[in-house]
Design a binder for this molecule. Sequence first.
Ligand code: T4K
Length: 411
Amino acid sequence: MSAFTQHATDLQYRLALFGAPPAFAERLHVGRPNIGNRARLMERFDDLLDRRWLTNDGPYVLELERRIAALLGVRNVVAMCNATVALEIAIRALGLTGEVIVPSFTFVATAHALQWQQITPVFCDVDRHTHNIDPARVEELVTPRTTGIIGVHLWGRPADAAALGEIAARRRLRLMFDAAHAFGCSAGGRMIGALGDAEVFSFHATKFLNSGEGGAVTTNDDELAQRMRLMRNFGFAGYDEVVYVGTNGKMNELSAAMGLTSLEAMDAFIAVNRANHAAYAAALDGIPGLTLLRYDDRERSNFQYVVVDVEEAEAGLSRDELQQVLQAEQVMARRYFHPGVHRMEPYRSYFPQAGRVLPETERLTRRVLTLPTGTAVDAEIIGRVCDIIRLAVQHAPQVRERLRATAPASA
Ligand code: T4K
């Protein structure tokens, strides 16, 4: 048998792309929810069913708000049905209009929450290393129509609140943060939650703190909090007195019960995520072209995202090729946040040239791959995921050839 045939035979037994059985019998997801103490959750469900109080500022919602406020060291926590509605309400309560500066390297909801209210998101480039909005690029985007800036703490790593705060104060803009990823994380040693005028957290099933669906706005501004409380409840100030245009942004009791249970397991979730991150760091070490995004040791982090940067020239495979290899093995690695919000509708029609001023965003959306973590994953699984990656990179030319040969004709 020639060396080449031997090679091909090996891969045939080792990678699903070449016909081997997938490494995992079931799909391994990036966003597998962490549950916490199931018995305690069931107790809470029983209790709320017994009391027949299911929503509208129920005791579990109030308890969740109180406990989050204490943990984050912020005066007000306004729980909501999800972070997208929380963003919309915070944006409206802050009086934002016209144009608001946001990164494009984020989940689409950050921009949609503005556009939904006829406010134009003006996309700002991000920093190559932090992946967060680049304060040096913000000021050139300010126009007479600009009313605010929304920073995103991407992957739970804090945006530069000091630099953004300085610009906002000087240009008389409101500043808020999309902190959807950042529950339990700190900035400059203080828990994220009291930065800018308001911060918005997500408690979606895939998030670090999970209430099924849910979110919250946190702020030290009591008046703003009061406005948001009214807005999330149709604007009702009493049984039949409405003082604002409002919506229904309330969190229900089942979600709050889940959120409280999740909150109680927070330290355990962090320990698992941290260990998973360390296992990835060890297992990916030395694979050419792959760099694991690190969390700052001086800050508190939830380690909820395992983010890998793929340098195609060194790995011999592009991020997309690596994703295809992994998906064949049932590892559902994700391309967050590809292709960038500016390349999604309606923004790509509104601003077809936006990519020209977003070179770092465009670069990252081609390189970043997010891998599975959380309580559904352990060091053994991570070892197997990384073995697949290592093997694929070692045999990059054959893998690339195989991918090309098996690609659908239209691709
Ligand atoms: N701002 C930022 C920066 C955000 O990242 C997000 C949300 C928001 C604002 C808005 O927050 P919310 O309004 O959602 O509270 C997911 C989440 O749906 C979304 O919440 C999240 N960001 C985003 C980063 O990821 P998708 O469409 O990419 O994935 P999804 O929901 O299909 O879940 C990923 C995988 O997780 C699934 O393929 C399977 C697995 N999964 C998912 C769910 C829901 C499970 O195993 N169990 C589950 O219950 O958006």
